[in-house]
Design a protein around this ligand. Structure first.
Ligand SMILES: O=C(O)CCC(=O)C(=O)O
Length: 260
């Protein structure tokens, strides 16, 4: 087949398996380096620098600000403390780039090792003085012999510093056989092994959804905007979950990744 025709066929044929979706998004065996895979395996997280260049980061910031403004206009209870907006997939095509990014997808596949889809795509900006969360993980407890169910990716639209509400993590806690005692999950509790992860805008913090983590308080006067995209094993269900809506313009691979 001529290559233009082949491209057209790829662009219109439905995608029905994860390997095809990953391939169409440009993921290869070397998209993620050995050290990055090892960090995900052993520490449960990795910070990937320079995933978004300056102009992509700016486009994402603008789209997020617009989405937050729209949300505030329709929200009967105005948000205070932390600005948040969910269901970004249907709000602006610029967000398609997040869940089809090869490095994010390669990391999700490395951890989940089976078919997955977007669980949620949302924005978060803890305003000065806010944002502190208790240490938590993003999925149910699992038995040591169970596979992993969820991967969380946090795209930094502003630098993460030691004082502006960067995410804290407990390295290696995705491998713990037991949950943290309840007292340790209170917002003001600190774990002796926790680390606040800092990084430049344009980086992406990726962690195993079973890793203990949480937002810290924004003690600066600056914004700390992120876009969070979570990927979940396709066969995992949680009652009451509400999937992202898939806009018309999506490629078949993007449509598959949204679970549409
Ligand atoms: O934005 C962050 O630093 C982490 C947020 C988080 O863990 C959550 O909202 O569950």
């Amino acid at each position: 087949m001529e290559s233009a025709e082949r491209k057209q066929a790829i662009n219109t044929a439905a995608v029905s398996d994860i390997e095809e979706a990953l391939s169409q998004c440009g993921v290869t065996g070397s998209t993620l380096g050995v050290a990055e895979k090892e960090a995900l395996d052993k520490m449960g997280y990795v910070m990937l620098p320079n995933v978004w260049d300056a102009s992509s980061t700016e486009r994402l910031r603008e789209a997020l600000e617009t989405a937050i403004r729209q949300e505030q206009q329709t929200d009967s209870a105005p948000q205070t403390g932390t600005r948040q907006v969910a269901k970004l997939a249907s709000r602006n095509a610029v967000f398609d780039g997040i869940y089809t990014n090869p490095r994010l997808l390669a990391a999700a596949y490395h951890v989940l090792a089976r078919a997955f889809k977007v669980f949620q795509l949302s924005g978060r900006d803890p305003l000065p003085g806010y944002g502190l969360q208790g240490l938590h993980n993003d999925w149910y407890a699992r038995m040591p012999s169970d596979p992993y169910y969820l991967v969380t990716t946090i795209s930094l639209l502003d630098d993460f510093t030691a004082s502006n509400g960067a995410t804290r993590v407990i390295p290696g806690s995705h491998l713990w056989p037991k949950q943290l005692p309840k007292a340790m999950t209170q917002p003001l509790s600190n774990h002796p092994d926790q680390r606040v992860v800092i990084g430049k805008a344009g980086s992406v913090l990726i962690f195993n959804g079973h890793l203990y983590h949480g937002g810290t308080r924004n003690d600066s006067k600056l914004p700390r905007r992120v876009i969070t995209c979570q990927f979940v094993a396709r066969n995992a269900v949680r009652p009451g979950d509400n999937p992202e809506e898939a806009p018309e313009h999506l490629t078949p691979a993007a449509r598959y990744l949204l679970g549409a």
